[in-house]
Design a protein around this ligand. Structure first.
Ligand code: NAD
Length: 365
């Protein structure tokens, strides 16, 4: 058998596997891209465009293998669909992942090539910054496509979305405290923040200003020391964060930190953080949290501040309009808790039902 036919056979096997993954998750389109000259290699997933063009950040990550990259982009883009829907904005869900070391600095050609791939989707996917990318990167991408948000203020954008995300998380966390205690005061509340990067750092500032006692961890010593010093937060170990005696655990690093192992050790009453896809298995672990009596503020609901701000950029809305949409996170979080209790379902499930319902109704119109 020739080398070509061997390759074809393996490609056929892999594409069968891809459909097995995308069909149950109901993605509309998945685009693989590859550019030998710049070394750019990645995937764009368009999950759903019923409410509007799909929007989601571009992440660079050192994936162990292609399947991990595909799984990540599929889950993240689906999360974006629910996030925009529940936030009441007219965007669909999409995401891009680039396979590579996030610490390596890429040149202009690399990012322009990525911009060309985004442009080839004719607006069906709008990109933005995410882990490993930045507003500066988006200012290069915009040379090749207009389908980009999270641009620097100097380039006509609204800049880094992280402070907006952090504000939404802060509001969702306050609503969770209200659900638990009847008051949303954070005075004296003990909060453990895992990851003090763009969002976590800003969140710690808001929490300490509201009188909370904040514990932080991070694998990046610079971020850790700077945040501890600036806000007088207490540093704890990366594993210690899971079994601290706190009111709130706030995951603001990476996804899947809520799993069977961590749930058995968690001593908090509330989980409310910025990371995407916090539940390793949304059905299993959502139910486990419900059974254990831990209040979980669904990630895609409370971390929507950034995408709401990107929406402002897409539609040239005023800052007041997007602030109002972000402030709605507080009330919507309380609504989700109410629905979860009334129907005896995990909060994640309650939030997905509301988001999916809006899309289903829009589809009928
Ligand atoms: P970031 O890269 O700026 O910060 C993440 C921080 O987590 C870094 O300081 C990193 O060192 C730390 N970290 C990584 N692994 C860790 C570990 N095992 N233990 C402790 N710390 C660890 O990212 P960000 O923009 O602050 O986003 C944080 C999370 O929120 C991500 O999951 C992101 O997808 C999600 N999110 C961000 C936005 C946004 O507007 N930036 C919007 C929605 C969701």
């Amino acid at each position: 058998m020739s080398r070509e036919s061997n390759v074809m056979k393996s490609v056929e096997r892999k594409s069968a596997h891809i459909f097995e993954m995308i069909e149950p998750m109901e993605h509309e389109q998945v685009m693989y891209f590859n550019d030998k000259d710049t070394g750019l290699k990645g995937i764009i997933a368009v999950h759903n465009t019923v409410l509007g063009p799909s929007l989601g950040g571009c992440r660079i990550w050192n994936y162990d293998n292609e399947s991990d990259a595909l799984w990540d982009v599929l889950r993240l883009s689906r999360g974006m669909t629910f996030k925009s829907s529940i936030s009441g904005i007219n965007l669909g869900g999409g995401k891009a992942v680039i396979i590579g070391n996030p610490k390596v600095k890429r040149d202009e050609a690399f990012w322009r090539r990525f911009g060309k791939f985004v442009d080839s989707l004719n607006g069906k996917y709008i990109t933005a910054e995410d882990v490993g990318t930045s507003t500066e990167v988006m200012s290069i991408v915009m040379q090749e496509t207009k389908h980009v948000t999270g641009k620097p203020v100097s380039a006509g954008g609204t800049g880094d979305p992280s402070p907006f995300t952090a504000y939404g998380v802060f509001l969702g966390l306050k609503a969770s405290v209200k659900e638990l205690t009847g008051s949303d005061s954070l005075e004296g509340k003990r909060v453990a923040v895992q990851g003090v990067g763009h969002v976590g750092h800003s969140l710690v500032g808001q929490l300490t200003a509201a009188g909370a006692k904040v514990f932080i961890t991070d694998i990046n010593q610079t971020n850790l020391q700077n945040t501890a010093k600036e806000f007088n937060a207490t540093i704890v170990g990366t594993h210690e964060i899971y079994d601290l005696d706190v009111d709130v655990y706030s995951p603001c690093a990476l996804g899947a930190t809520i799993n069977s192992d961590t749930i058995s050790t968690l001593r908090c009453s509330i989980i409310a953080g910025a990371a995407n896809n916090q539940l390793a298995d949304e059905n299993l672990h959502g139910q486990m949290l419900l059974d254990k009596g831990i209040i979980y503020a669904p990630d895609f609901l409370i971390n929507a501040g950034g995408v709401i701000n990107c929406y402002r950029e897409v539609h040239s809305l005023g800052e007041a309009d997007s602030s109002l949409l972000i402030e709605n996170i507080y009330g919507r979080t309380l609504e989700i808790f109410k629905k979860s209790k009334a129907e005896n379902i995990p909060t994640q499930e309650a939030a997905i039902r509301i988001a999916a319902d809006r899309i289903a109704k829009a589809k009928l119109n």
